[in-house]
Design a protein around this ligand. Structure first.
Ligand SMILES: [Zn+2]
Length: 315
């Protein structure tokens, strides 16, 4: 029993982990208590050998290669990754990051000319233990990597917020503004948000003695999301975008517009084969909502009648 306790202590010292969190070791101990001594030596050997490439450097290589085997494309944690020397150490290769590459075990084994001579159970168990430790380290590394990507996301948002402050000197976004900015960035992308910010500032900022007014800065800021949406719609659905534009003309000209109905009527008109140019021209001459509405409804009705007649003649 005493020797077992000593073994546990050695195991815990050399792996920095509690033996009871390592089921393989425990199993092995239960199956054959003599094996454990050899196992400890194996673990110690593994730990010393790993030191050849420092953990930090391995992390850099894995990060650079996106935790992906550079030979076959398999990723951690689906496969266990190893660091491979492009130019083998035996042929003068070094541990420089340029000579290191991420490989999965299978690809690495295929490259190596090392033959497994000892296939005893003990050897297999040693490898299992080695893999277990390696897996644990890789998962920790992946978490760190993901965390650093999260930080990157925050950094980009902060840079966007700084960009806004440069566009409207003297004004900074508050916490809520930054939250909204983050959501814009996720939805539309960094470049699009920057472009829309510039458009909003060009269109809505008013200056008093060369200083942007607080009110106009607020208006401009509130327009950024809408500008992003409009630009996206213009790219993805140009016709829909033009209908929105025509409705915008109405909103600019008329005291009252039922926005939902206006868009529906514009769609109906388009469906009835009335040209978009005609609709735009008509909007530009409208003077009140009920007049525009009556005109459009009349236009649609006449055009539909005309369509029916010409399709009958065709038959
Ligand atoms: Zn591979």
């Amino acid at each position: 029993m005493r020797s077992f306790l000593l073994d546990i202590e050695r195991f815990e010292t050399c792996t920095n982990r509690n033996i009871f969190t390592c089921p393989i070791v425990l199993d092995i101990y239960i199956v054959n208590s003599i094996v454990i001594n050899d196992l400890m030596t194996a673990v110690e050997n593994i730990m010393t050998r790993r030191k050849a490439i420092p953990k930090k450097l391995r992390f850099e290589v894995f990060k650079r290669d996106s935790f992906t085997c550079q030979y076959c494309g398999h990723k951690s944690p689906d496969v266990l990754l190893v660091i491979d020397h492009i130019e083998p150490i035996s042929k003068g290769g070094t541990n420089s990051i340029l000579n290191l590459i991420t490989s999965c075990q299978a690809c690495n084994a295929g490259k190596s000319d090392r033959q497994l001579t000892d296939t005893s159970i003990l050897d297999k168990q040693r490898r299992q233990l080695e893999d277990l430790q390696e897996r644990k380290e890789q998962i920790e590394m992946m978490f760190q990597w993901q965390k650093s990507l999260l930080n990157l996301d925050d950094q980009l948002t902060n840079q966007l917020a700084e960009f806004w402050s440069e566009l409207v000197p003297g004004f900074a976004l508050n916490e809520r503004g930054i939250k909204i900015l983050k959501s814009h960035k996720r939805k539309f992308g960094l470049e699009e948000v920057m472009t829309s910010m510039k458009i909003a500032v060009d269109q809505y900022i008013e200056y008093i003695e060369e200083e942007p007014t607080k009110q106009s800065v607020e208006v401009a800021w509130n327009k950024v999301g809408g500008i992003c949406t409009n630009r996206k719609r213009a790219r993805e659905n140009p016709i829909e975008h033009r209908l929105y534009y025509i409705r915008g003309i109405l909103n600019n000209r008329l005291n009252y517009v039922d926005n939902g109905l206006a868009l529906r009527l514009l769609h109906d008109a388009l469906d009835a084969n009335i040209s978009i140019e005609k609709l735009e021209q008509h909007a530009k001459t409208s003077t009140n909502w009920s007049g525009w509405r009556a005109d459009i409804e009349d236009l649609i009705e006449r055009q539909n009648l005309h369509n029916k007649k010409s399709s009958k003649e065709d038959n």
